[in-house]
Design a protein around this ligand. Structure first.
Ligand SMILES: [Zn+2]
Length: 54
């Protein structure tokens, strides 16, 4: 399952396989599916990752 992370302003979604954060749940779900099946990261997906502090 994708995990919801909340701070004061926003909600993020974490891929529990690779711990990357996404603003859109649909990307987190795609990442989770990819990570669990392929055990590697998909560049087309991880370009949607939120960088810390932004
Ligand atoms: Zn992932």
């Amino acid at each position: 399952m994708v995990k919801e992370i909340k701070n004061e302003k926003e909600v993020y979604f974490e891929c529990e396989a690779c711990r990357l954060l996404y603003k859109e749940k649909s990307w987190a779900i795609k990442c989770q599916e990819w990570c669990s099946q392929n055990k590697s990261c998909n560049l087309g997906i991880i370009k949607h990752v939120i960088k810390d502090g932004k």
